[in-house]
Design a protein around this ligand. Structure first.
Ligand SMILES: [Ca+2]
Ligand SMILES: [Ca+2]
Ligand SMILES: [Ca+2]
Length: 934
């Protein structure tokens, strides 16, 4: 939201240079309907080898190229040149902003916020009726506590509808109403203590499209772009009003949907009347190229007018085709970082998921990991020359050099196939004559598909060429992936680590054969000319597997060796589609060569063509096999629902893949220390004197036990913390090199592990993490075996609830409660894992679906209740796990779940649009697990 509708956007307001063919997917394609299966549209070069195909051979050679920028032979690969000798300014990190990406404390989790390094978030005025959640003053504390810088309050979003439905008989009456509401908003901000320093007021949003446009809900049907007097006066009055109430206020504007030429007039007026915004804002839904061009254009306007330079926040960027796709978003990130501005990912879908970065409450997709890597860049950016500078849908990148850390990082992507990544002017004083290069891939995992940590493609020692260059030939790149190279001093480090990937291949559903009824080949989906549609592998997908169908989708695969293979089915069902509403997740049946049937439940999405993945494993012998997905199985049953399939990924699960994940300390986020190069593993190790920290973002596929090995080189001791809580385990380290092993309960998705120096200066080498079992054993309690009171009741309405039963009706007052008695073997910190479902949704006024995060007020042993938010699971029969830490006493502990609707900020009034739920989610079961054991 926060965007004029596409009809307006293409309706003549756009300058020609910004005109872009936007096709918004308002009418979701129905998989059952016949679709155009011809491929007459402009079809872009697709990757030729499947998703990074077999052996992503990233051969790394120390090649000293004779020239840079000479006439390249046509057969030579493209080159992305990172010039470490040309400093382009301090790393800014502004691209990781979000419009409406935070619902409230816990949705997404603080881990996701902090680990994504979200710098700015734009969100609705407290208690505004635009969308559920995302209330500015509820977002502010968890956001700032998670390292966020600024919360931009969309003051207009105190109104319903888009355009904003501000009441009043005429323009002046409407503005008077708005001023009243602004006054109330500022007074509320003033109660927020030091958090108020992190507030930026945005009094108008896309004023040309609504309040000061020409429509029904405009001030006087006069567009300010033609006659600015009404808007400019309103700006001046509102600006002065805010500053009179809060003299320290920062105010942002004009927040137009594009950088109009008329913005120059706005600046002139603002300067003349002493109402210049503290932050300049506009939207770039166009292209990364437009970001660079328009920031430059704006800087020239400033010079012409004689203001600034002001901080800039492009507080809406990207389209559905780009979002969630690391290879696309890295192109935007490169342009935004180069422009040294802040920018917020656009909000086209649901709120609270960091603009299609967050999965469930605490998992990240590929886009999340891209921002995790971006946010860990430090030092200064250096000049990157792309093979096609400032041209979208080509290889683009961003790079840094941290001289104190003696490390360079480059993030790049956007192209399939081969390219050379060339580092020039590699300073021998910093790096020596040999560098250690670690190359990682951050793949696309769908909008709602969880992603593990980046894949390690290569880890190599490379001689620096006589001319100071290091060339890394990348082969078999996937245009949907982003890639990272980390360069450190080499020559003295440990043995290079093996890649963490083995043989892998993707098979597009649109290339698979189909028998039976109901087939449709759907697409083209998102593409450069259809950026409003969702990204899809190969641009097409297949429908047909649904209730009543006899369809079989057959993939002919060929694998190199006998073994276990991980199989990911990229699929989607629209949660509100009639056939899907009946059961929730659509079930389909997998067989290999007609044998070994498995039932798979496919992921749900908030719209059609929103991809997740369902993962399983299969045993395959070397050679050819037929993998089938069917809507019927003679042994297992029939499909209920309706799903579309994008592709399957097949990956050999060998020693490389099952080895513990490696998190090198020298690549971690460091405070009060710097790496020391040379060591047992990777490029080096990190000394941790007292108080110094190394922070790792550690992945776990599920909520459960992992074995964390702390490899160190001695010289001190350090304490461990998990997700900000100090762990009750002995300190790691000692006088001599060694490994300390601790079992930790990790939350599914992202975990923050902090190692803090305690005594001496422990030389921390790395963490190794692998899922394990048997030490931290969960005790499971079915909710239906607890005691319920009032309207809370046990239900068997949800077939996918464990034990076939769950508890519903908790909430709408403390009298309707669920109570569970759980037993802890010892006192201390435990993980409470709640299996729940929630599909409450509020009526929406425009294209954003408005799912509601329900909450539970959880009390342990009668203590004060803690409010836990539960994001939508898209269907009440779709259950997810959510873990919260609790402190238990030895023996029996009583957990009480209640819920009641929270009033507005004033404590008296309530939301009038059913946007705050009085209910807890459906609770299936809980599990209690000790948090740590050493
Ligand atoms: Ca496909
Ligand atoms: Ca190391
Ligand atoms: Ca149950």
């Amino acid at each position: 939201m926060g965007t004029v509708l596409p009809a307006t956007r293409t309706g003549g307001l756009w300058p020609l240079s910004n005109r872009f063919d936007i096709v918004l997917d308002l009418d979701s394609p129905r998989p059952g309907s016949p679709t155009d299966t011809t491929e007459t549209s402009v079809r872009r070069r697709r990757r030729t080898t499947g998703a990074g195909a077999a052996a992503v051979a990233v051969a790394v050679l120390a090649t000293a190229l004779a020239t840079t920028g000479g006439t390249a032979d046509a057969a030579e690969p493209e080159r992305l040149v990172v010039d470490l000798g040309t400093d382009t300014g301090a790393f800014h990190g502004g691209a990781s902003g979000s419009l409406y990406g935070v619902y409230g404390d816990g949705v997404p989790s603080r881990n996701l916020l902090e680990g994504m390094h979200v710098r700015t978030v734009s969100t609705k005025a407290q208690d505004g009726p635009q969308h559920p959640g995302a209330d500015a003053l509820e977002v502010l504390p968890p956001f700032v506590d998670s390292g966020g810088k600024d919360v931009y309050i969309y003051m207009t979003d105190i109104y319903r509808g888009f355009p904003y439905q501000w009441p009043g008989a005429d323009g002046p009456a409407r503005l008077a109403d708005f001023k009243e509401k602004i006054t109330k908003q500022v007074r509320q901000v003033l109660t927020m203590g030091e958090y108020r320093d992190h507030v930026v007021y945005v009094p108008f949003n896309e004023p040309e499209g609504n309040m000061f446009g020409t429509g029904e809900w405009s001030y006087n049907k006069v567009s300010w772009l033609n006659d600015p007097q009404y808007y400019f006066t309103a700006w001046k009055e509102v600006y002065r009003l805010i500053k009179s109430l809060d003299p320290g206020a920062r105010i942002a504007g004009p927040n137009t949907s594009v950088l109009y030429d008329q913005v120059k007039g706005f600046l002139r007026y603002a300067k003349a009347n002493d109402v210049v915004p503290d932050v300049m804002t506009w939207h770039e839904l166009s292209s990364p190229a437009a970001v660079r061009t328009n920031v430059a254009k704006y800087r020239q306007m400033e010079k012409d007018v004689g203001v600034g330079p002001l901080p800039v926040n492009v507080n809406e960027y990207g389209h559905n085709y780009h979002l969630s796709v690391p290879g696309q978003v890295v192109q935007w990130v490169s342009a935004i970082e180069e422009s040294k501005i802040d920018a917020d990912l656009a909000y086209w879908n649901i709120d609270g998921n960091l603009n299609d970065s967050a999965v469930e409450a605490n998992k990240g997709n590929g886009q999340w990991w891209l921002f995790n890597a971006y946010g860990q860049m430090t030092g200064h950016t250096v000049q990157v020359t792309a093979p096609h500078p400032n041209q979208q849908y080509t290889l683009q990148g961003v790079a840094t050099l941290d001289r104190g850390k003696r490390q360079s990082r480059a993030l790049f992507g956007g192209k399939s196939g081969d390219a050379d990544i060339v580092f020039e002017n590699v300073d021998p004083g910093l790096f020596g004559t040999t560098v250690r290069a670690t190359v990682q891939e951050i793949p696309w995992t769908g909008q709602v598909g969880d992603s593990a940590q980046p894949l390690r493609l290569a880890d190599q020692e490379v001689r620096v060429g006589a001319d100071g260059t290091v060339t890394l030939p990348m082969t078999g790149m996937n245009e949907m992936s982003a890639y990272q190279v980390i360069l450190s001093p080499g020559g003295k480090g440990g043995k290079p680590a093996e890649p963490s990937v083995s043989w892998r291949k993707s098979y597009e559903a649109e290339n698979a054969s189909y028998t039976g009824g109901g087939y449709s080949k759907n697409g083209p989906e998102g593409s450069p000319s259809q950026v409003g549609k969702f990204a899809t592998s190969g641009m097409y997908n297949v429908g047909g597997l649904r209730s009543g169908s006899d369809g079989v989708l057959a993939f002919d695969v060929e694998v190199p060796q006998d073994g276990t293979y991980d199989l990911s089915v990229f699929a989607n069902s629209y949660n509100l589609y009639d056939l899907v509403k009946e059961q929730g997740p659509t079930n389909v049946f997998l067989r290999v060569d007609g044998k070994d049937p498995q039932e798979l439940r496919l992921p749900l999405g908030y719209k059609w063509v929103v991809w997740g993945h369902t993962d399983t494993s299969v045993r395959l012998t070397a050679g050819k096999h037929r993998v089938t997905l069917a809507a019927q199985d003679p042994d297992l049953g029939v499909t209920k629902g309706d799903a579309i399939i994008d592709k399957i990924d097949l990956k050999l699960r060998d020693r490389r893949v099952t080895a513990p994940a490696i998190y090198e300390a020298e690549y971690a986020t460091l405070s009060q220390t710097a790496p020391r190069y040379g060591g047992d593993s990777g490029a080096g190790a990190v000394p941790l004197p007292e108080g110094a920290t190394a922070t790792f973002w550690v992945y776990s596929p599920t909520d459960g036990e992992s074995t964390v090995s702390v490899d160190h080189l001695g010289d001190g001791k350090a304490g461990l913390a998990l997700n900000g809580e100090r762990l009750d385990v002995p300190k790691a380290g000692g006088a001599k090199a060694g490994t300390d092993t601790v079992r930790l309960f990790l939350s599914g998705g992202i975990n923050k592990v902090t190692v803090t120096g305690a005594s001496g200066a422990l030389l921390l080498d790395r963490l190794r993490v692998t899922p394990s079992s048997g030490t931290l054993v969960p005790t499971v309690y079915q909710a239906e075996n607890g005691s319920v009171s009032g309207a809370a009741k046990v239900t068997d309405a949800y077939s996918f609830a464990s034990g076939g039963k769950a508890v519903t009706g908790v909430g709408n007052g403390k009298g309707n409660a669920l109570t569970l008695d759980v037993v802890a073997e010892r006192s201390g910190a435990h993980a409470l894992t709640i299996r729940y479902s929630n599909a409450e949704q509020a009526p929406a006024t425009h294209y954003n679906p408005d799912p509601i995060a329900r909450h539970a007020d959880l009390s342990v042993n009668g203590g004060p209740a803690r409010r836990v938010l539960f994001p939508t699971t898209f269907h009440f029969n779709n259950f997810w796990d959510l873990t919260v830490p609790v402190t238990l006493k030895e023996g029996t502990n009583r957990l009480t779940f209640t819920a009641e609707e929270l009033p507005d900020f004033d404590g008296d009034t309530y939301n009038q649009y059913d946007q705050r739920s009085p209910y807890a989610p459906v609770i299936d079961r809980v599990a209690i697990t000790p948090l740590a054991h050493k």
